[in-house]
Design a protein around this ligand. Structure first.
Ligand SMILES: C[S@@+](CC[C@H](N)C(=O)[O-])C[C@H]1O[C@@H](n2cnc3c(N)ncnc32)[C@H](O)[C@@H]1O
Length: 214
């Protein structure tokens, strides 16, 4: 089946069955710690992303962080180990992932929430809003409103790690029933922002997107 046919089929499936909260409570297990650590290749590729992110974060000052779609806190733990941030909030759609994150990040001063991005509310802004490997779970028709929602909480920098521009331009969805590929350069332009695209050494399927909010 070609990509377009797959996309149309999955779109139908998503329209009828997909509710992100239920979906991630049920399928989010795929992101469990054990799966990353049990597969050396997966872990190596994930660490390339983490290291590129940590290097890039050296270029900006920040004292508060919001990690959306934090999973079990794999990336946030590295960020917290390198940068002593006391104002750090994480959230994820899956309450199971949040329970794991509470254990994984127990040595740090972190506030946890179980929430979908679209429902997340907090009465403050963060110097840095960060999301790694999460926006590909957002449906194409929701991506702009989701980013706008997250921008409300962003004081200075919005950083996300996702597939690079041009990645699978012939398909918006692939591999599983929950991966969509968005044209972030165009989306950020449409939202009125310049996006800086930073490549990740040795990693062809992910790149860092950095938007300066002000
Ligand atoms: C691939 S994992 C990435 C986890 C973490 N950011 C990392 O890099 O290790 C994606 C996470 O996004 C969460 N997620 C998916 N859709 C979401 C949504 N609409 N709102 C909040 N979290 C969501 C899932 O529960 C899952 O934990």
């Amino acid at each position: 089946m070609n990509f377009n046919a797959r996309y149309q089929n999955l779109k139908k499936l998503f329209k009828s069955n997909y509710d992100p909260n239920t979906h991630w409570e049920k399928w989010g297990n795929k992101t469990k710690a054990v799966h990353v650590y049990a597969n050396p290749h997966k872990l190596e590729m994930k660490m390339k992303r983490v290291n590129a992110l940590l290097n890039h974060l050296d270029s900006i000052p920040f004292e508060s962080v919001l990690d959306f779609g934090c999973g079990w806190g794999f990336v946030s733990k590295f960020v917290l180990e390198k940068f002593p941030i006391n104002d750090y909030v994480v959230f994820d759609a899956s309450s199971e992932r949040i329970s794991e994150a509470k254990i994984h990040l127990k040595d740090f001063n972190v506030e946890f929430h179980a929430s979908l991005i679209e429902d997340f509310e907090i009465n403050k802004k963060f110097d840095l809003v960060l999301g790694t490997g999460i926006l590909h779970h957002v449906r194409p028709e929701k991506i702009k409103s989701i980013l706008k929602h997250l921008l409300q909480f962003t004081k200075h920098d919005f950083i996300h790690d996702d597939p690079p521009p041009g990645f699978r331009t012939n398909a918006k969805i692939e591999k599983t029933t929950f991966n969509f590929y968005h044209d972030y350069k165009q989306i950020w332009k449409d939202l009125g922002y310049d996006v800086n695209v930073i490549s990740i050494p040795g990693h062809k399927t992910r790149t860092i997107y950095h938007v300066k909010v002000n």
